[in-house]
Design a protein around this ligand. Sequence first.
Ligand code: PRP
Length: 226
Amino acid sequence: MDKLTPLTIAVPKGRLQSAVICLLEAASIDCSELRDPSRRLIVPVPGTKWRFLLAKPADVPTYVEYGAADLGVVGKDILLESRKDVAELLDLGFGACRLIVAVPESSGIENVKELDFNSRVATKFPVITTEYFNRQGIQAEVVELNGSVELGPIVGLADAIVDITETGTTLRENGLVPIADVARVSSRLIANRVSYKVKYATIHSLVVRLRGVLAGECSSGVEGAL
Ligand code: PRP
């Protein structure tokens, strides 16, 4: 690995952060500073010209598209929603969940085609949702929320939701059932298109190492985080 080439990796703060750290450490990248960043948002990789940038997950594609970061880790849901022009290099496997359409169980609806004309659909993913319903030929009103989307049908704001589900607990506890799959989601390694050309050797070498880790060629604690 060329540790003399400067490289900035955007790491999403929050639920994916520890899995990212485990994966990078398994690929022999020193994440000691990242494990304890305090309030720093730029964190160096000791002994290299590499650094991490700690970003809100939804902003990772933006930092990468504009070249503020050469690489980034982001969920496929956020990537699809962002419509940013970046290169998707690797499916990292972790953070796996489903993006689904769900309705109140009490509605008796079992298929999206049964939704009424102009049904309201609450979601954090208005772009993906609009495209999905257009593809299905269903007229729907998309209502954008920033979180706790499951509230929408409970309080009469929406007839359905499009949201991610991992364990299914949030849906169940709020009386909702999935009726359609919109997309399979997992974490992706993305690259700035120019960086990928200019720093190809360094980035490619990292991708090869990460592939090796994901294929189980490297013994480490990463499996536990995936
Ligand atoms: C996500 C998602 C669901 C929940 C699904 O929410 O939007 O609400 O997790 O997980 P489960 O199937 O394991 O129950 P998140 O925790 O990110 O919070 P948010 O709803 O405020 O965005």
